[in-house]
Unconditional design. Sequence first.
Length: 498
Amino acid sequence: MPKRTAVIDIGSNSARLVIYQRSSRYGFHLICQQKSRVRIGEGAYAQEGRLQSVGVRRAYGAISSFAQTIREYKVRKVLCVATSALRDAPNRSEFISLIRKDFGLNIKVIDGKKEAYFSALAAKNLLPIRDGITIDIGGGSTDMALLRDGKIIDTYSLNIGTVRIKELFSDRNMSLSKAKDYILEQLKALPTSFKSKTAVGIGGTTRALSRSIIINRNYPLDKIHAFSYSYIDERKWIKQIIESDIKKLSKYNIKKNRFDTIREGVSIFDAVLEYIGAKKVISSGVGVREGVFLHDLLRGDGFRFPPGINPSITSILDRFDLLSLPVGNRHKTANALYQILKDNLEIEGNYANELHNALRLSNIGKMLTIYKEHQHAFYIAMQELNYGFTHEQMVLIALLLRSKGDSLYYKPLYTEYKKLLPSKKTVKWLCFIYTLTLIINENSTDAKISFRYKDGILYIYSDKNLYLAREEIKYMQKPKGLDIEVIDGRSEDKLEWN
């Protein structure tokens, strides 16, 4: 059975369980996710941090259910961490001992800097980012990390979290303006090096805010991970959420289960973004739990994926490309074709990587059925192509997978995702290159292919017979003004028949 790892994250606001299944050395996917708003820190911040029975009872019940799920999934390894509420609690050892005795789980209480490190480890490995500041807003603390050239340079933890601000200010009928003064005072302790135009939002508050912006914008892709927005452009919307009456938060696309702490959380986020000089925000669907998992997975690799390894691509191939069909010269052919057309026809931008990744995934739809395999491939990619790509890259790769010989591109999908795609002309050329490469490759995987372009004609040279490819090329859709001539080692011309 493939190795399964569970991570339990006990935060001040929520307790979460995730279970990952390994499909190969670097391939993994999420197979279970559970969450409970245990509020283990409820009442603690007004009682010198001591855990109160109301929160402990909820946490105990949630962990009991997590333990049952772990048994049912036959998990081999369990990693359990606790953050702000437990590390601040003088009576935490009693709770930790109780959980160990009743469920056999060893809770590791991590400090704020370690919490920031785990979040940053997840972000730098699973987001298309090398420089910026990660901001993980929890119930009791806000933990930050400075990234430079893909390395974690420094981490810092501030005692400002959604539950902490709620109990110290909102629950005492004190205005959020006073809470902001408190937040700004805490921010003064932040090292002066923590300045960046790019911020990575981590945690439930920032995900709820991103979802709100996505709906308000009519953004075409319903995916929070790697969603990005301009802080300047969205600041008015952010301010409106902060100042909204709690009963009117649904107007801002906030779910009801977030009403009680969203204003406090967004107040913290807004203050931090302004303080560090952020211009752009990238939303992260990953955080401490993924960081804990990756710290275990990548401990022999310097806590980063090796060059050329993308965990989403690896996982998709592990699960959906089981036919082991020969790749042959596919990528070499595509690169040559892309370059000659780009040089002669001035195709805008550089999309060689997207083309390369689409070709790697071109067989994933066949495992379901060869009928409509290109449609299956599109939907698999849209759901599973999450880590290490921008939304623009995700959609373009998926659209290439959706293309086939009888059309240059699928118009309804281009129209739906137009905001995230290159120009129609560029998309047509990329789909043409992708489809033509597959036609040539499926006819002869080991043929030596070269191209020449002159006066609107693309000449394809092959040392092997491309009989079936010639048939398909004859009827395939081509960009306007382009003709194709195939010059190959034609076996039928050598046939002697009277």
